[in-house]
Design a protein around this ligand. Structure first.
Ligand code: NI
Length: 140
């Protein structure tokens, strides 16, 4: 497959196109083509990530109660258990009582989701979210 650009026409009703143009303006795209390419890439990643056996990447962001007994030790031990999948951890003290951590993960999607579920269920972890991503397809 060639990596050259191919032109094709898209038919869209005026109302939808109007909403789309407002969206791409808000998102800062220079033209419709670039916005459509990104939407297609996003959809391809979203649809394939659940099933792929390939390595994907994740960012787990969560907030926890700094005063909860033993929680910091528990979080640290847990992260050591998965040292092969955890690339990096950033810790931010967001208030007198709470901390925020961002954990960057790599591995199979199901394992990363499982790691996130386990961690987010710890008592004292107040809120969190895992975002997974991967390359949409092989470019080389
Ligand atoms: Ni802290």
């Amino acid at each position: 497959m060639k990596n050259e650009l191919t032109r094709f026409g898209i038919s869209m009703d005026e109302i939808l196109l109007n909403h789309f143009d407002k969206l791409i303006l808000k998102k800062g795209y220079n033209n419709r083509s670039e916005a459509i390419r990104d939407l297609v890439r996003e959809k391809i990643v979203e649809e394939s990530i659940e099933y792929t056996e390939q390595e994907v990447f994740g960012a787990l962001v969560f907030i926890y109660d700094h005063h909860k007994r033993e929680l910091e030790k528990k979080l640290s031990n847990f992260q050591h258990d998965y040292y092969k999948n955890i690339i990096s951890t950033t810790h931010v003290h967001i208030s007198h009582d709470e901390c925020l951590e961002v954990i960057i993960l790599r591995g199979k999607a199901n394992l990363l989701k499982n790691i996130a579920d386990q961690l987010l269920s710890f008592k004292g972890v107040l809120n969190g979210k895992l975002t997974l991503t991967s390359k949409p397809y092989k470019t080389k």
